[in-house]
Design a protein around this ligand. Structure first.
Ligand code: SAH
Length: 211
């Protein structure tokens, strides 16, 4: 048995004590080996409830936040397709891959996107399509989406992301600069119903250029 056997299950157990109660989400957390998504030197911290650096000044989010946002998307109901903006390590995308039929994920830093892609191949996950580019304007050719998750914080909600939601679809994202709040937006025809949740801390969503 390797050093990380059953670590995912222990992390899922910990998240349950913190209020994550969706069994499908907990199963996905339990199944995905998070240590694969961080540098080897940090692997021993991969099953703690902490954000970790993934290079290029970016971070893999805290597992509680990944689980919370995923739970909001899944419990909204329709799980045909989902767009993630900010692939980073690929961890959140792989969790979504367990829960949605098809995942689309965009990353602005090519080196991160490249490594994320290799990890997903290694784990035999094939329902995730990735793209290098600026996700501020979403991924129009694949829209509409049942769900959109943004894992970096814009100062205000990008309009195109709202417009790429399917009718009834849900967008979950952190919004703000210094102070950030988790926000959900549900589309009902031409209406967008916005709710604000807890305080969160994400790296900024960068508009315009790619690396
Ligand atoms: N979901 C990731 C966490 C990534 S951190 C994971 O599970 O590891 C946020 C990521 O968003 C960073 O990799 C950053 O490069 C990326 N990002 C920032 N602005 C972006 C933009 N406009 N388009 C796409 N990706 C962006």
């Amino acid at each position: 048995m390797n050093q990380f056997a059953r670590s995912g299950a222990k992390l899922a157990q910990l998240l349950k004590t913190l209020g994550i109660d969706n069994e499908q989400v907990l199963d996905a957390i339990s199944d995905i080996p998070r240590h694969i998504f961080v540098e080897q030197i940090l692997a021993h911290k991969a099953y703690e409830n902490t954000a970790l650096p993934i290079g290029q000044g970016q971070t893999i989010s805290q597992p509680y936040t990944v689980a919370k946002m995923t739970q909001m998307l899944v419990e909204h109901g329709v799980t045909t397709n989902v767009l993630e903006v900010g692939t980073g390590s690929g961890y959140q995308a792989s969790i979504l891959g367990k829960l949605f039929d098809k995942v689309y994920s965009i990353e602005r830093i090519r080196a991160l996107q490249f490594t994320a892609k290799k990890r997903l191949q290694m784990l035999d996950i094939y329902n995730i399509q990735m793209k290098h580019g600026d996700g501020w304007n979403g991924w129009a050719s694949k829209a509409p989406f049942d769900a959109i998750i943004v894992t970096a914080a814009p100062s205000s909600v990008p309009e195109q992301l709202k417009l790429q939601l399917a009718d009834g679809g849900i967008l979950v994202l952190p919004v703000g600069t210094e102070e950030q709040t988790l926000v959900s937006i549900v589309r009902n025809g031409d209406e967008f119903i916005e709710k604000r949740w807890e305080s969160v801390k994400f790296v900024p969503l960068v508009a315009g250029d790619t690396l």
